[in-house]
Design a protein around this ligand. Structure first.
Ligand code: TXA
Ligand code: MG
Length: 330
């Protein structure tokens, strides 16, 4: 199992040194835990794919300590900059043109001429600033499993394959970052996530362009099977069947909720932020109980509800799809 440290200055230094040596370190961010490597070290970045057991190289998010560091590697248009100023550090990732001849190893962007960048909140930013190099970091989980939102979950899943995990407690947001791509005045939402689209729209003063389901699935890293638990998922349930595990939401129960073999409520009060923070952990906990089906009560689509519903739909993807898509990324 991996060594687990806290987030004090000594831990930051230990993590930065391990990363400088080309090692993998699982680091907390406000969204989910990341499996980080020095983005300029190709061997280290390749190690991420190995540790996750990803069948293919798909592009990774490059985590930076601020706009100045992002600027070394990416061309930042005025609207992206305005959004960075509004939301960084925070759960918002930008897909930007990669500057030619940067120190970022090409494996990070999987050979694309764009790069996804974000400035995380919390100790991750300190580690990056100490290292003075960006970190490539996908969510810290093996391929096809639910993203880790605690050091304990990361250790259970990846502990045998990495040497160091920094523990900052449960992830504050609990969902991966929102990914956008700016094109002139237009902003495309590539992945709904921990920053609500409405918050971005308030700054842009226009609606985000959403990709249709098919385009979303064809985009890198958007395979439906990404978040699959072992149980099958039944979404939007108004009635619970005998023996199903129930993932509830809000104060009102689905009818026949007493049929559930177990139940967890994402948020008793119907708070979408609280639900987002609990989502992956509760899916895992219900899955571990071994019920064949996890029934999920309806979740509204406003605010973080969009990203929660997106992850649930992926988790509910039929297994046949899952197997076909194992060929793809994640
Ligand atoms: O919150 C998060 O974003 C977490 C934490 C650790 O920061 N990271 C995360 O990384 O979710 P990952 O690797 O699980 O997801 C990265 C997503 C994938 O969907 C990938 O396809 C997309 O970013 N991506 C990366 N570079 C891209 C690019 N150049 N163009 C389009 N999509 C890109
Ligand atoms: Mg992931």
């Amino acid at each position: 199992m991996a060594t687990i440290l806290g987030t004090d200055d000594q831990a930051v230094l230990t993590a930065a040194n391990a990363l400088a040596d080309g090692k993998l370190v699982a680091i907390p961010t406000e969204t989910v835990y990341g499996l980080a490597a020095d983005a300029t070290n190709g061997d280290a970045v390749a190690g991420i794919f190995e540790a996750k057991g990803r069948p293919h190289f798909n592009p990774l998010i490059c985590h930076v300590s601020g706009i100045a560091m992002a600027e070394r590697y990416a061309a930042i248009d005025p609207l992206s900059r305005r959004l960075m100023e509004a939301f960084w550090p925070g759960p918002l990732t930008f897909v930007l043109p990669l500057r030619p001849d940067t120190a970022i190893h090409p494996l990070v962007a999987a050979g694309l001429d764009t790069i996804a960048v974000r400035m995380p909140r919390g100790v991750a930013g300190k580690i990056i600033a100490t290292l003075d190099r960006p970190l490539a970091a996908p969510s810290a989980n093996t391929s096809g499993k639910i993203s880790g939102t605690s050091a304990h979950a990361v250790n259970d899943d990846l502990g045998a394959r990495i040497s160091l995990i920094l523990d900052a407690g449960p992830s504050e947001v609990g969902l991966e970052s929102t990914i956008v791509k700016v094109d002139g005045p237009r902003v495309a939402l590539l992945r709904p996530g921990g920053l609500a689209a409405e918050d971005i729209e308030a700054v842009v003063q226009a609606k985000l362009e959403r990709m249709d389901q098919r385009a979303a699935i064809e985009a890198p890293g958007m395979m439906a099977s990404h978040y699959a638990p072992t149980a099958s998922m039944r979404l939007n349930v108004h009635e619970v069947r005998e023996g199903e595990a129930l993932l509830a939401f809000g104060p009102q129960r689905a009818s026949t909720a007493e049929n559930a073999s177990a139940s967890l409520n994402l948020s008793d009060s119907g708070n979408l932020r609280e639900a987002a923070a609990n989502l992956f952990d509760f899916m895992k906990r219900l899955d571990r109980l071994g019920a064949p089906v996890i029934a999920v009560e309806p979740i509204p689509f406003n605010g973080l509800g969009e990203a929660i519903n997106d992850r649930l739909v992926r988790a509910a993807a039929p297994r046949a799809t899952l197997i076909a898509e194992m060929d793809e990324i994640k």
